[in-house]
Write a protein that binds this ligand. Structure first.
Ligand SMILES: *Cc1c(COP(=O)(O)O)cnc(C)c1O
Length: 439
């Protein structure tokens, strides 16, 4: 099993050297727990693998996965750059110490005010449409202004299923067939296009779609470099590196993956004569891969109900972790105080039963798992929902008027609170009652 699951000698889930049951007692539940060293290790694993084959390489952390300020600080310390998809993410990145030259803004459906703000920060703009290009030209002096474009590679039939942010149905980027024209247009307006970007989708464990997208991007870049006479400073392959969510899934084997991707990159550079002294830098934009398996959500069982099905009721819901309800995603669940009693570890001595793990939101779709084989669960048990570091807190809401949970950071077995649990008063923040309705 390739999940980042550690169990201590008491049989409890261990996060960064801390016992999950102790953390839950100390800080209450629901609780997000982040393992600092795992983020650092994830970063180093990708960085070392790629720089070995192509030293002029940068990781742009796709911070929409998790914008907690401490998570951002950890990645800043590691030397990461940032992929920001909104002005708020640019603001957050600057606030956490990333200099503007370490941030790339890839927005879609961006307003003029937002373009003006990004320009003021000095952050590089990766354009998503001709509309944005034309509007930017009215906001800044285009002469020598460096930009890049996101392109939508029309990846071949049979490869579509993984390539959800590329292809005909995707709202992102400029059409592959228009790329040469658009780069020429940008140049004729005075801009200096220096980069090309693509991002084909998310949660990729199989290297093939990423290899294909890299090949296609390099062919487009090669054509644009020759026909529009562009000297690329960088080519950005986007994110999408997956992590195993199910115990049967395997980690992406990063070293051969890096070797293959950089291999394609280098051979395409030479095919199109882009391998001279000013070779482009290679960027990738992992989000999930860096932070996803560094965190768990701890939630306490308060109700065991034998209805038409057996429901295990917990004290958090899709307001806290949306992925299962929104995407039908699988998150592995471990009974944190009985973690040694899983099917993997002691199948013979533990009786498992299939249960539904249900949240506390008033919606029938609020389930963390259906028909999940788990050891016999009692009220008061603590569940650890694994892989809760990416697209988890960042998608949390106050739906059902439930304050959002606390987040803690663990390092060398020591825990610190990095986000206070919200209070009921936080539910009213920014609301104003008109005088005539006051009580
Ligand atoms: C979301 C996103 C990413 C990261 O995706 P992951 O699947 O988390 O790696 C990278 N680039 C862009 C432009 C994105 O929108």
């Amino acid at each position: 099993m390739d999940l980042n699951l550690k169990i201590n000698d008491k049989g409890h889930v261990d996060i960064g050297g801390a016992d999950a049951t102790k953390l839950a007692e100390e800080y209450g539940t629901p609780l997000y727990v982040i393992d600092e060293d795992r983020i650092r290790d994830n970063y180093k694993r990708v960085f070392n693998a790629f720089t070995k084959y192509y030293p002029d390489f940068k990781i742009l952390y796709a911070c929409k996965a998790n914008t907690n300020l401490s998570v951002m600080r950890i990645l800043e310390e590691e030397g990461s750059c940032i992929d920001a998809v909104s002005p708020g993410e640019v603001f957050t990145s600057l606030k956490t110490g990333f200099s503007p030259d370490r941030i790339l803004f890839t927005g879609n459906n961006v307003t003029n005010d937002e373009l003006r703000y990004i320009d003021e920060t000095g952050v590089r703009i990766n354009l998503d449409s001709v509309s944005q290009l034309k509007r930017l030209a009215e906001i800044v002096d285009p002469e020598g202004y460096k930009i890049s474009f996101r392109v939508n590679p029309m990846v071949g039939a049979g490869h579509h299923e993984h390539c959800i942010t590329g292809g005909e149905m995707s709202k992102f980027g400029i059409k592959e067939s228009e790329a040469v024209e658009v780069y020429k247009l940008a140049k004729s307006m005075g801009f200096e296009p220096v980069g090309m970007h693509t991002h084909i989708g998310s949660g990729i464990l199989d290297p093939e779609p990423f290899k294909l997208a890299t090949t296609v991007l390099m062919d487009i870049a090669g054509k644009v470099s020759q026909e529009a006479n562009i000297g690329f400073e960088f080519l950005d392959l986007g994110g999408g590196l997956g992590i195993p969510y199910e115990p049967e899934e395997n980690l992406l084997d990063i070293d051969p993956f890096a070797e293959e991707i950089t291999g394609i990159f280098k051979s395409k550079l030479s095919e199109y004569g882009m391998d001279g002294a000013n070779k482009p830098s290679m960027y990738i934009e992992p989000g999930r891969y860096l932070v996803g398996d560094a965190s768990v959500l701890l939630t306490r069982v308060n109700t065991v109900k034998n209805s038409y099905r057996k429901f295990i009721g917990v004290d958090s819901g899709f307001n806290t972790l949306l992925r299962p309800a929104m995407y039908g995603s699988y998150h592995h669940i471990v009974v944190a105080n009985k973690a040694n009693k899983t099917d993997e570890i002691s199948e013979n001595e533990t009786k498992l039963e299939k249960v539904d793990v249900a949240g506390n939101v008033c919606e029938s779709g609020d389930l963390f798992a259906r028909d999940r084989p788990l050891p016999i669960i009692e009220e008061g048990d603590l569940l650890s929902i694994m892989n809760a570091g990416a697209y988890s807190f960042s998608m949390a809401s106050q739906y059902n008027s439930r304050p959002r949970p606390a987040e803690i950071l663990v390092k060398d077995g020591k825990s610190e609170i990095i986000r206070e649990r919200e209070t009921y008063d936080d539910l009213f923040k920014n609301q104003i009652i008109p005088k005539r309705l006051e009580n």
